[in-house]
Design a protein around this ligand. Structure first.
Ligand SMILES: Nc1ncnc2c1ncn2[C@@H]1O[C@H](COP(=O)(O)OS(=O)(=O)O)[C@@H](OP(=O)(O)O)[C@H]1O
Ligand SMILES: Nc1ncnc2c1ncn2[C@@H]1O[C@H](COP(=O)(O)OP(=O)(O)O)[C@@H](O)[C@H]1O
Length: 262
């Protein structure tokens, strides 16, 4: 049998064979547990045997009935991709201009989540660029690589029940969508939250905490987001924060409430 349990699995044999397509990659123990867990309520007292098979899930090189027969199954009960196991893990991606308040609000959110007893990992822009994305610059391809790496790591954290709080500028809509997909593929639908820290450019520039806007205006920093490089305003934000109206604490609590953890 392959993939997701059939809705009506009455009359299943004593041993249920669940084939896990792994397309030539090493089988992932979390994916094995996910498939076993998906079958458990249907299979009830029967044994569930999860077997990784080297085929592509969406376009198996060998048709599922043939494959099932090759592994000794008497019948094929269902084909599909099981939903990832819901571990309660989440990824929160703050996006916004430099100086918008991403790091400040993310840090407060981390405090609140820790107080709520959650395991939290902060993937702050500066730290990510020192370690995970060392050597990358600010051209579009490098920013995309940076944000996708953050998405993948955040997905790993969420998949194992943790909460990843990430605060890159993430200026491109398509790349933010990639990050959402990378998280949800690993940790399940709804595990990703996009928070737009929607501080206008004029306000960020007036704050100019690091003096970067002044430098960018003088032409001393190339490709500076908002000045000489694009920032695509999100149209798919789960939470939008106006930091001119909300304090740091109020913003962080708004995110916490959205997560259902407030
Ligand atoms: N050209 C250019 N454009 C924007 N930002 C720049 C640039 N050069 C350096 N910096 C500093 O790098 C921080 C942004 O890095 P990110 O990793 O968050 O950017 S991105 O998501 O990959 O676009 C950003 O940090 P924050 O101010 O905390 O947002 C800047 O301090
Ligand atoms: N309501 C607010 N929310 C977040 N930051 C604010 C707010 N009001 C003022 N600030 C200030 O704006 C600056 C934002 O900087 P930072 O958090 O590093 O932004 P980013 O990470 O988006 O570059 C900080 O100095 C912070 O104290």
């Amino acid at each position: 049998m392959g993939g997701r349990p059939a809705p009506d699995a009455a009359g299943l044999p004593a041993v249920v064979l669940a084939l896990l397509p792994v397309a030539g990659t090493a089988p992932d123990s979390a994916a094995i547990s996910t498939l076993a867990a998906a079958w458990a309520p249907v299979a009830r007292d029967r044994a569930v045997l999860v077997v990784p098979v080297p085929v592509t899930a969406t376009a198996p090189e060998v048709a599922w009935p043939e494959l099932a027969a090759a592994y000794g199954a008497a019948e094929l009960a269902g084909v599909g991709t099981p939903a990832p196991l819901a571990t309660g893990g989440r990824a929160v991606l703050f996006t916004g201009l430099s100086g918008a308040g991403k790091s400040t609000i993310a840090a407060r959110l981390v405090e609140l989540l820790l107080e709520a007893g959650r395991t939290v990992t902060l993937l702050d822009g500066d730290e990510v660029r020192t370690h995970l994305s060392a050597g990358l610059g600010f051209a579009k391809a490098d920013r995309d690589t940076n944000v996708r790496r953050i998405g993948w790591v955040a997905g790993q954290i969420a998949k194992h029940g943790g909460i990843a709080v990430c605060a890159p500028i993430a200026p491109y809509a398509a790349t933010r969508a990639d990050a959402r997909a990378l998280v949800e593929e690993q940790a399940g639908p709804g595990s990703f939250t996009l928070v737009h820290v929607a501080t206008p450019l004029a306000e960020c520039e007036a704050r100019d905490r690091k003096g970067l806007y002044a430098k960018a205006r003088r032409g001393e920093i190339a490709e500076f987001t908002g000045i000489s490089d694009p920032y695509e305003e999100p149209t798919d934000a789960d939470v939008t924060l106006d930091t001119r109206a909300l304090s740091v604490d109020e913003s962080a609590r708004a995110v916490l409430t959205h997560l259902g953890l407030g």
